[in-house]
Write a protein that binds this ligand. Structure first.
Ligand SMILES: *Cc1c(COP(=O)(O)O)cnc(C)c1O
Length: 357
C-alpha cells in the first residue's frame, strides 16, 4: 500500500498546520478584525447589489471593475500595476513561488508576520530572520544590512506597521534596506488604515519595491481581498502564476460596491484609532504590564516573567480570546497581543485584567 509519508515532502510532514483557535462564543480580540459590521442601510444595499451576481458564470479573470475602484479609492500611483490576491496571504505565496530557487533566501525581521516564514518554507526557500532591537522592536539597521550583504536575499518582507509588535519602522532604515537589497522588497501595509502612513509614493524611487495591501483589517476580512501595487515589470510576470479566477464573483461584486462607501470604513478606522489610545492608556494604568506603542489596530503587551500563559488562560475563562505570543519565545517571551475592539469590548478586557493583576 502506498503510504502518504513515502511521497509527501519531508519538510511538509514535519510542518504544523497554521492553527486558528475555535472562537465560538468568545469575545474575539485575537485576529485584528474590525469589530464593526456594515451599517444596516449599507448592508441592505450590498445585498441588493449581490442579487445580480451571475453565479453560473466564471468571474472576470482580471477583475477590471474592482481594480479600477481600488485605484480610485486608494489613490494608487498612475504608473503602478495592481495584482489581486485571495487575501494578501495568497500574494505572499505567489511572490515566493515566483522567486524560489536554490540559494535564494527570503529575509524578514523577527518577530514579524509568521506567514513570511511559513510560505517561504512551503516554497522550499531558505528563510533568514533578523532580530529586531529588544528594547523597542525597532529595526536593527546594521544587522539587516549585514544579513542582506551576507545572504543576498531574493525577497525581503517588511510589515509597516509590523505585526505582532505594532510599531512603524523608521523610514530612513527602510530606505537604507531598499537601497542595499539585491532583490525584491515588499512593504506590507496591512494596517495602513490605522497607521496613516504609507510608502506608496516611494514606488517612483525604488524599482525593487512592491507595496502589499489588504481589505482584511479595513473591515472586510471575510471577503479575502489583498492587492499588490508596483511596477508592471514585476506584476505582469507574477500574474502568470496567479490562478485564473482567484477572486470570486461575490468578492468582486461586494468589494467593488463597498469601496464606493469608503467613508464608512474610514470612519470606523478613525474610531478604532481613538479607542486604541484609550485602551492603551487603560492598560498602562494596570500595574506590572508593559504596553508597547501601536500604529495598528492591536496592542502588544508584556506581562511579568512567566505570567503570559496564565493571563491568557484566565482571560479565556472570562470569555475573552486574545493572542498568546509567549510560546513563540525569543523577543516575544511573556508577550500577549490584543485587538482593539468596540469601546464595550475594550472595557470588558480591562475589567477582566483588573480582576486578575
Ligand atoms: C493580517 C495581515 C495580513 C493580511 O492577510 P490577508 O490574507 O489579507 O487577510 C497581511 N500581512 C500582515 C502583516 C498582517 O498582519
Amino acid at each position: 500500500m502506498t503510504q502518504p509519508s513515502q511521497w509527501l515532502r519531508p519538510a511538509l510532514l514535519a510542518a504544523q498546520a497554521y492553527h486558528v483557535p475555535d472562537a465560538t462564543g468568545y469575545l474575539k480580540l485575537d485576529a485584528m478584525e474590525n469589530p464593526y459590521p456594515l451599517p444596516p442601510a449599507l448592508h441592505d444595499a450590498w445585498l441588493a447589489a449581490l442579487a445580480q451576481a451571475p453565479l453560473h458564470r466564471y468571474p472576470d479573470p482580471q477583475a477590471h471593475a474592482l481594480r479600477q475602484q481600488l485605484r480610485a479609492r486608494f489613490d494608487l500611483p498612475q504608473a503602478a500595476e495592481i495584482l489581486l490576491g485571495n487575501g494578501s496571504d495568497e500574494l505572499i505565496l505567489l511572490l515566493c513561488l515566483a522567486l524560489a530557487g536554490s540559494g535564494r533566501p527570503v529575509l524578514a525581521p523577527e518577530p514579524s508576520f509568521v506567514m513570511y516564514r511559513l510560505l517561504a518554507q512551503a516554497c522550499q526557500m531558505p528563510y533568514v530572520g533578523v532580530p529586531l532591537q529588544a528594547a523597542d522592536f525597532s529595526l536593527d539597521t546594521a544587522a539587516m544590512l549585514a544579513a542582506i550583504a551576507q545572504h543576498q536575499p531574493a525577497l525581503i518582507f517588511l510589515a509597516y506597521p509590523n505585526n505582532p509588535t505594532g510599531n512603524l519602522f523608521d523610514a530612513e532604515a527602510l530606505r537604507a534596506i531598499l537601497a542595499a537589497a539585491p532583490g525584491l522588497v515588499v512593504l506590507d501595509e496591512a494596517y495602513a488604515p490605522f497607521a496613516q502612513a504609507s510608502t506608496l509614493s516611494w514606488l517612483a524611487d525604488y524599482p525593487n519595491l512592491l507595496v502589499l495591501r489588504t481589505l482584511s483589517k479595513f473591515g472586510l476580512a471575510g471577503l479575502r481581498l489583498g492587492y499588490l501595487v508596483g511596477a508592471p515589470a514585476w506584476l505582469h510576470e507574477l500574474d502568470k502564476l496567479r490562478l485564473p479566477y482567484n477572486i470570486n464573483v461575490l468578492t468582486q461584486l461586494s468589494c467593488t460596491f463597498l469601496l464606493q462607501h469608503t467613508p464608512v470604513f474610514l470612519a470606523q478606522a478613525a474610531q478604532i484609532r481613538s479607542d486604541r489610545a484609550q485602551l492603551a492608556a487603560a492598560l498602562q494604568a494596570l500595574p506590572s504590564l508593559t504596553v508597547y506603542p501601536s500604529a495598528a489596530n492591536f496592542i502588544l503587551l508584556r506581562t511579568p516573567p512567566h505570567q503570559a500563559d496564565t493571563w491568557f488562560k484566565q482571560l479565556k475563562a472570562h470569555g475573552i480570546l486574545i493572542k498568546n505570543l509567549s510560546p513563540a519565545g525569543g523577543l516575544l517571551q511573556d508577550c500577549l497581543r490584543v485587538t482593539v475592539g468596540t469601546p464595550t469590548e475594550n472595557q470588558a478586557l480591562i475589567a477582566a485584567l483588573q480582576a486578575m493583576v
